[in-house]
Ligand binder design. Sequence first.
Ligand code: IVH
Length: 688
Amino acid sequence: MTQAEKNAGKEELAALAQEIAHHDGAYHANDAPEITDAEYDALRQRFRALEARFPDLVDAASPARRVGAAPAGGFAKLRHRTPMLSLDNAFGAAEFAEFLARARRFLGLPADADLPMVGEPKIDGLSISLTYEAGRLLQAATRGDGAEGEDVTANIRTIAAIPQLLAGPHPDFIEIRGEVFMTKADFLALNAAQEAAGQRLFANPRNAAAGSLRQLDVRITAARALSMFAYAMGEASGPVANSHSGYLDRLRDWGFQVNGLSRPLADAAEAEAFQARMGLERARLGYDIDGVVYKVEDLALQRRLGFVGRAPRWAIAWKFPAEQAVTVLKDIRIQVGRTGALTPVAELEPVNVGGVLVARATLHNEDEIARKDFRIGDTVRLQRAGDVIPQIVAVLSELRPAGSAPYVFPEICPACGSLAARPPGEVVRRCTGGLICPAQLVERLIHFVSRPAFDIDGLGDKSIREFFDLGWLRSPADIFRLPAREADISAMEGWGKLSASNLSRAIEERRRIALHRFIYALGIRRIGTSNARLLARHYGSFKAWRAQMLAGAATIGSDERLALGSILGIGLAIAEELVEFFVEPRNVATLDELSALLVIEDATATDAAKSSPVSGKILVFTGSLETMSRPEARALAETLGAKVTDTVSRKTDLVVLGADAGSKAKRAAELGVATATEAEWRQLAGLE
Ligand code: IVH
């Protein structure tokens, strides 16, 4: 290469770095990209190609290599040098044998040839890619879509189990992959602290780990107990090892935590024995595992085997079956929700399901109880599949006590005694007590201060109930009158001067609120976080929204009302709910009382992107849905980051059951795949 070529390369790299930094700013910080994603990717690709051509011009600090600090709207994106792939799953010995046979066939080996493997626990956390240059931790990215993840470097630096510097000899450049996780004990302690502080609880250790790592304020990450097991390699500038176990040894030498349960395995019989042993060990481990990953030991063979689609041919995840346990259904409690919906909840004799103590399970609705004939006193089998709420899968009818009677669903509200009506064709029975029902009032207040709404620190369900019982809270506006009672609050049991003054401060801080949060907080039926955002974006300001809604409520068939129905994704049923809210003078009075106490910010384009519980999940819709068409449900699920398929398999995460769901519901039950009712789906989708 001539000096002139090198100079030209240097100039182009510098110009590209500037250009990339400019577009990063436009995209991340200002949310106003000036070029398409494809054009941006082309710039990055050209940049990488030049770096590969002129390795000594590589500048680790170049803004184009390390997208700067996390911008207000979220994390910066980092592209992985080698894509982060997923693993194919096996659910039994036959599928595992098929994996081995495939690998042997691909390598042209006889069917009985030796193919040594390593078995490693499959850690249920979130995968991370760490880049080290000259032995120094340079950057860390989440998996993201596999090609591009989020830049969580600053957060990763707070984890003690991750070395900042590699100990001992190492290649100049190396990508190391592993799983960030939280132990079961730390998860329980974190949830206890969250509950005490009136903060949202995490569903499982994996969500807790992901939520703790992906914090824009790294001080929060630093305060959480996170750990990591290293288990795989991305790109490396030099040789590291010849075998996977040799590679794990190197990782240990460099200072990483490597799972001590990993074992070399000579053949399928040893793997089967290992799988069985891990299945038993699982509940005793301090962290969640959901299977065992088997990897071909010889790295040269791994290279030859390569990848198919998004998964390697040299590894497979043999998953454990869903965890089940048997316990007694002690009682059926009826919860009254914010909109009056009566939801049956099973109170169970507490039982350990795979290391998590379960005392409650959803019974979905009245029809489900009748269909399955759940009775108080029954012995039931329940199941926890991934992060889904425990479900009762069967009644062990041979253990049913003599004299038990079918459950009779109440027709009056257990909280206020009003009639609980079930309109024809609907599955949900609702309390008709409206604002006189204390349960609905309390639930509305709890909803009002919840995380996606006003997000008031220190004001948990328990405190809301206490303040409600004292008569201090009747309407949402009363929350902003609590600081005036600070002295009384500090004298209450469980409170002190500091916690009471913190509460006052947290409330005062929320006098300024984004429009979409405000709309969501009102708890209007069918206005979940997604619809609240749509409305906020559409109307822009509180004033405009209020005026248009009132105009819509005043005249049936008015332009405003029709316009409402045609906002993308809102639909007429939701327009009707909004109208219903605004025709009630007491609701408008509450709204006006609140707006006098608050500064409601206009909607901007940079409202944080929503993160959805179904993102990354595989969903199947079956039967007919009442509130939306199937194509609509599919489109919504896809916008929320889920994949929708037509057939139920073991890979399916959730089957949403509409009315008259037939063979797919049966198949889901056979495979132990989690199911949800339409109402539960609406909640997951943020519509309620
Ligand atoms: S190896 C090329 N080993 O499982 C694939 N993955 O379902 C490299 N995981 O995305 C992955 N424990 O997040 C590997 N011992 C282990 C693992 C493991 C957990 C996760 C990882 C991966 C997912 C695939």
